[in-house]
Design a protein around this ligand. Structure first.
Ligand code: AMP
Length: 456
């Protein structure tokens, strides 16, 4: 007797149909995650959605499923998915292709660092879905090889980053080029007031979802910190690694140079560690990521290039060798562990004067971070009231009407110019966010005032 296959009833109840249900079965997704349960029906009903969900909770499939279901295989390019980094674009593309496995849909990459000729060839084969980063997408549009005339779905993944000042003009141009009536789905782990206000300028009466509620940090992460003088950081991290014996860990540094140096030192101290940052050519970046994904490399020393959206199963530890100045970056970084309900450990090295940064992080996650006990190895005290070394300087630059307050004035002041460069470069030219490479020429920042939205 021919038995009908049993597809997930829970996904079916959300309106998901057979080809995608079949893919979900192959992917072993049985129950929708909270963001999927909320977002899928809205997108299927034609609404724009601005969604906030914790990192690692199935955001990709939440927009991937309804898009794959609604894109017409007979039509031309109908969906454009933009991410801030190539790594995230590659990962999202993989998920979309898995979801589209039992359809006639063809999804292609449009991100930098890989040979443009191959991508142009792919675009010539009448694909239906493009997943990319803003710079390469603009490039392809200018070359007239990427036609967005029929695009009906736009996704901005990690929308807070996408609407950062460095990307904003590109996004405005790309979205401004889409003439067809379309739906927008913007998602992110963090969505502060200003970004969500900006995002809404590109949307039509969006449904706003917040599946992360007050708990921004994934609850299954045991978070701790150590106070350590800068010169003791290497010996301290060595002790932590020996103490913890992590199966799979990412160690985050602030700069590319720092990542390179630390990977070398850890290697010298007997650990198998590889670096990943924007100074590596894309091919090398992908090779390192692939080996890490397969658990062939236990320790990845990374800049914030690897902080967002990257989904590698089985990461047991996140170690912040340099604590990030931006508390939201902290949330993104530690979200690489404890994916889909697994347990994880996050340990941060804090220098005595970084107390205020620690406090800001605790305020954002609404939780006190515990001190890590390492037998006196970390013997310094953190000064929570310490004034930041670099004070915000008043400049003649007028306050931008659309500038993101990002709750981080000191960082903005320190990096005013470099930030723009970094954010763009992370996706298109490779350096990671936060890197302050002295060799990089400084570009003038883009002060963009957005025009009113075009009527659709
Ligand atoms: P994301 O937040 O999209 O990066 O997804 C995090 C991880 O959860 C990925 O490894 C997905 O493959 C996995 N995942 C997403 N949705 C589901 C689901 N409904 N059931 C099981 N795993 C899922």
């Amino acid at each position: 007797m021919n038995k009908r296959p049993q597809y997930s009833k829970a996904f079916k109840a959300l309106g998901v149909e057979t080809p995608v249900l079949k893919a979900l079965q192959a992917m072993e997704y049985e129950t929708p995650s909270p963001i999927q349960a909320e977002l899928i029906p809205h997108v299927l009903s034609g609404r724009d959605v601005l969604g906030q969900a914790r990192t690692g909770t199935g955001k990709t499939a939440s927009f991937g499923i309804p898009i794959v279901q609604q894109v017409d295989p007979q039509g031309r390019m109908q969906a454009l998915i933009l991410t801030p980094t190539r790594e995230l674009a590659a990962q999202v593309l993989g998920e979309i292709r898995r979801l589209a496995k039992f359809t006639e849909l063809h999804a292609v990459p449009v991100y930098g660092g890989t040979k443009i000729a191959a991508q142009i060839r792919d675009l010539g084969r009448k694909p239906h879905i493009a997943v990319g980063t803003p710079g390469r997408v603009m490039d392809m549009m200018q070359r007239n090889v990427l036609n967005l005339d029929d695009v009906r779905f736009i996704v901005l993944d990690e929308v807070d980053r996408m609407l950062d000042i460095g990307f904003r003009e590109d996004i405005r141009r790309i979205l401004g080029d889409i003439k067809h009536e379309h739906q927008t789905v913007f998602v992110s782990a963090t969505l502060e007031g200003e970004v969500s206000r900006l995002a809404k300028r590109f949307m039509k009466d969006p449904v706003e979802l917040n599946v992360s509620k007050d708990e921004i940090t994934v609850t299954d992460i045991a978070q701790s910190y150590l106070v350590v003088e800068p010169q003791k950081k290497i010996s301290t991290i060595t002790k932590i690694l020996k103490n913890e014996g992590p199966k799979l860990a990412i160690v985050f540094t602030r700069t590319k140079h720092g990542a390179r140096k630390l990977a070398k030192q850890l290697h010298a101290n007997g650990f198998t560690a590889k670096e990943i940052h924007g100074d590596l050519v894309q091919q090398k970046r992908e090779r390192v990521m692939e080996r890490f994904r397969k658990h062939h490399i236990p320790l990845l020393v990374a800049t914030d290039l690897a902080a967002r959206g990257i989904d590698v199963q089985g990461i047991t530890h996140i170690i912040n060798f340099d604590i990030p100045e931006d508390p939201e970056v902290y949330v993104h970084r530690i979200g690489r562990t404890a994916r889909m309900g697994a347990k994880g450990i996050a340990i941060s090295l804090v220098t005595p004067e970084q107390g205020p940064i620690l406090t800001k992080i605790e305020m954002l996650i609404n939780k006190e971070i515990q001190r890590y006990d390492l037998d006196g190895a970390a013997d310094a005290e953190v000064d929570r009231s310490a004034p930041r070394k670099k004070k915000k300087k008043k400049t003649a630059t007028p306050r931008r009407q659309d500038a993101s307050p990002s709750g981080n004035a000191s960082r903005a002041a320190q990096k005013k110019q470099g930030k723009v460069e970094d954010k763009r470069a992370n996706a298109e030219e490779a350096p990671a966010a936060g890197d302050q490479s002295p060799q990089r020429p400084k570009r003038r920042p883009l002060f963009v005032k957005l025009p009113p939205r075009r009527p659709r």
